[in-house]
Design a binder for this molecule. Structure first.
Ligand SMILES: Nc1ncnc2c1ncn2[C@@H]1O[C@H](COP(=O)(O)OP(=O)(O)OP(=O)(O)O)[C@@H](O)[C@H]1O
Ligand SMILES: [Mg+2]
Length: 384
């Protein structure tokens, strides 16, 4: 550990074949996760999917039932949290209420028997980093929620951790403050080079901040990849529904050629699109259509774009005016409802509720993937 200057860069983190059971229930099952030095990885998943348990096993606060934890390539499974030198911001961050901000920050260094002059210098440096240089003598209750969270961040960073583990650090904040803090965390990551693992159930936060996102489902990783991988190329229906807003149409794969496939819908419509590598001809599959990639025009009127792709008749059920965009719900002939999001062009002829419309998918906008459950697909993808 160095107590002067900036952290010396991050360490890699790894969970290898990790299982954690409580009684007969598994919170995490046979999880493999390797985070590279300096990487920003987010664990994204619904409540109870095993995010906190995974993070706490990295930090050393929860002992795995089986499997190994590695930091910087060294096995640390048996090491106590303090010996791992990781900065942690807990889900319900708690500052010591009876200590000032500066005393809160000094605490981890006092625990490590760092000398007083070094502590004072380090506290001043970290207060500066989180832009609270003038708040050192305040008590936590005299700070706003966002300022308290910045203190929690500074306290986690003060002993130059090899990695920073953040469990829903922005959960309690309103939207504006949350976005502001997201920028600050990203800036810290860029300037410090520390490995960061963030837990969140906020997909937008995950998409904005991460190098890679691990989508967790039922104690396992359903998919891990870049934000674009998850949004553009989800391996399963489940991931597609979890990340972003999605329209899913089910059918059967009719042909496959060079990474593209054609899906035949029950109503006879053929939908072409890029496809997951595991798809086979004759297989039941789903097409993912993101709302912002669809075009809508009153039936009979020419559409601006996209010109190619599938053309499907629909009826507008309702529209929601959001200022910069208009969100539509449309119904297909078989009753299935799709979400369509159009940018607000100011065009007077934008469709309204009750209109008969033509929906165009465009050539690039459909993504085809198997309709099978997550475990099946991820094992197929691994084998490929
Ligand atoms: N100490 C414990 N004893 C028993 N069961 C536990 C314990 N800790 C966690 N669990 C269970 O393990 C599962 C995963 O919990 P975990 O806290 O990791 O979820 P999470 O993804 O962080 O959820 P959230 O988004 O709600 O924080 C849950 O079903 C939870 O009830
Ligand atoms: Mg949690």
């Amino acid at each position: 550990m160095s107590t002067s200057g900036k952290p010396t860069g991050g360490a890699s983190l790894e969970l290898r074949g990790i299982t954690k059971t409580y009684g007969r229930a598994a919170a995490v099952r046979n999880l493999d996760l390797k985070i590279e030095a300096g990487e920003f990885v987010t664990l994204l998943g619904a409540s109870g999917s095993g995010k906190t348990t995974s993070l706490m096993m990295l930090a050393g606060f929860v002992e795995p039932t089986s499997g190994q934890v590695l930091i910087g390539g060294d096995t640390v499974t048996a090491l106590a949290p303090a010996q791992r030198n990781l900065g942690v911001v807990f889900q319900n961050y708690a500052l010591f209420p009876h200590l000032t901000v500066a005393q809160n920050l000094a605490f981890p260094l006092q625990m490590r028997h760092v000398g007083k002059p070094q502590i004072a210098a380090k506290v001043a440096q970290l207060l500066d980093t989180v832009q609270l240089a003038d708040k050192g003598q305040r008590y936590p209750r005299e700070l706003s929620g966002g300022q308290q969270q910045r203190v929690a961040l500074a306290r986690a960073l003060i002993f130059d951790p090899r990695a920073l583990l953040l469990d829903e650090p922005l959960g309690a904040l309103d939207k504006n403050l949350r976005e502001h803090m997201q920028h600050e965390i990203k800036a810290l990551h860029t300037s410090l080079g520390t490995t960061m693992v963030l837990v969140t159930h906020d997909q937008e936060e995950a998409l904005t901040l991460s190098d890679r996102i691990a989508v967790m489902h039922d104690g396992a990783i359903a998919q891990i990849g870049s934000p674009a991988d998850l949004y553009e190329r989800p391996v399963t229906r489940w991931v597609a529904e979890f990340v972003g807003q999605s329209n899913l149409l089910d059918g059967v794969i009719e042909s496959i050629d060079a990474g593209r496939a054609t899906l035949r819908l029950p109503n006879g419509t053929a939908l072409g699109g890029a496809c997951a590598p595991s798809l086979r001809i004759g297989e039941r599959a789903s097409a993912l259509l993101r709302p912002e990639r669809l075009a809508l025009s009153r039936r009979g009127e020419a559409s601006v774009a996209p010109a190619a792709g599938a053309v499907i008749d629909a009826t507008v059920i309702d529209s929601l005016y959001l200022g910069h965009t208009v969100k539509y719900t449309v119904a297909l002939a078989d009753g299935q409802r799709l979400a369509v999001q159009l940018s607000n062009t100011g065009n007077a002829s934008m469709p309204v509720a009750g209109d008969a419309v033509t929906l165009r998918t465009g050539v690039q906008s459909a993504w085809l993937m198997a309709a099978s459950p997550a475990a099946h697909i991820s094992s197929l993808e691994r084998a490929a």
